[in-house]
Design a protein around this ligand. Sequence first.
Ligand code: AMP
Length: 439
Amino acid sequence: MPKFSKRAKSIKIEKKAKMLFQSLKGMHDILPADQLWWDKVKKISQDIADFYNFSRIDTPILESAEIFEKSTGSATDIVEKQMYYIKSKGKDRLALRPEGTAGIVRAYFEHGLSRLSQPLKLYYFGPFFRYESPQAGRYRQFYQVGFEILGGENDPVYDAQIILAGYRLIEELKIKNLTVEINSLGCKNCRLIYRRKLQDYYRKLSVKICKDCRRRLSLNPLRLLDCKNENCQAIKTKAPIMLDNLCSACRNHFRLVLEYLDELNLSYILNPYLVRGLDYYNRTVFEFTAEKLKFSLGGGGRYDDLGEMLGAKKGSLPAIGNSLGVERLIEAMKERGIDVVPKSKTKVFLIQIGQPAKKRAFCLIEEFRKSGVKVLESLGRESLNSQLRIADKEGAAIALILGQREVFEDSIIIRDMKSGAQETVPLAKVVEEVRKRIR
Ligand code: AMP
């Protein structure tokens, strides 16, 4: 979870001491102190989407569980171990979405989005759920921003553009020393031959690999390359790799993706062991990592067969996408000391003393709103001193003081908080006067 500010920490401790309940393990509140970071990631995501012409899509958080079983893969960790299943009263088997792509492909066919001009470029930003062991950078509810290019041709230029969109997003957040790890998983045909070679290699060593890998050997052999166990890591180094086994169409496709990245001067590392945890990927897969980070910031790949997995016509939806973990982006920004606090604007604080002044102040705020001037207040307080203290704490440069006398005289006091100098002006002119001073 992104680190809490000191104040937020103290609020959390207080809450623990007093309250019966806490947020669920692996799930977190996004407190006011952290909202600036979230706003920044949302804003940059929106800017990137606008520039590269991706339109926003929001799909429901709950989907039929089968969508993920059929696409993400029933033998993947995500579906086997991490999916939150929910049974509705009508006994439908539902799941809290563990990822975004399957729901988007469902929406694409459900709403006939293939009738729009293709390829269709979509992006999303929202919460996802996986029952994982919580640790730094790994939560049970986390947010992703993702970009997808669906339909049209399976042109390698789109692979490069999806990688570019993710890369630019991270770059715009000022996270430096970024690396793209990239691999190709080939197509159904060449992967089948490669899977057999991989199984042959591992079968001979089956007594030496871990229990999980022995299961993977028949169920999901590509995931053998992903194992973190020390023995398995050593065995992996001599395993056959997909890049040596691509058919000529897949090899050409991958070569072109790399050529586009070269054109952009975008640095990448070929990682023949990168397989990613979802079954629907084919051909290009990639991950974004940054120096000193223990986790990847995002990743993605091509998923030309996902449409078919969900019941569409074979080959009807070439597509590629990426997704980036928002908490991880924020964590990386904080670790690198990247500041998101906007340049401070001159703050104006409105003080009222007495009931008639409070009523007048309540309406005066609306006059400021119409002119686009933000005004801070503490309408629940009565005394001048307590309101001045708050104005000071908030860092207000100007305080407006409205007491009984001022209401009676249709005037208001403008106080320069730094020098303490005060001037009384007609109430009808205060908005204009404040605008002049904050300009
Ligand atoms: P995936 O959907 O597994 O391809 O993950 C894409 C990105 O989402 C990862 O690189 C992370 O940045 C983020 N992510 C995935 N799972 C989690 C999680 N459990 N907690 C936090 N971020 C996650």
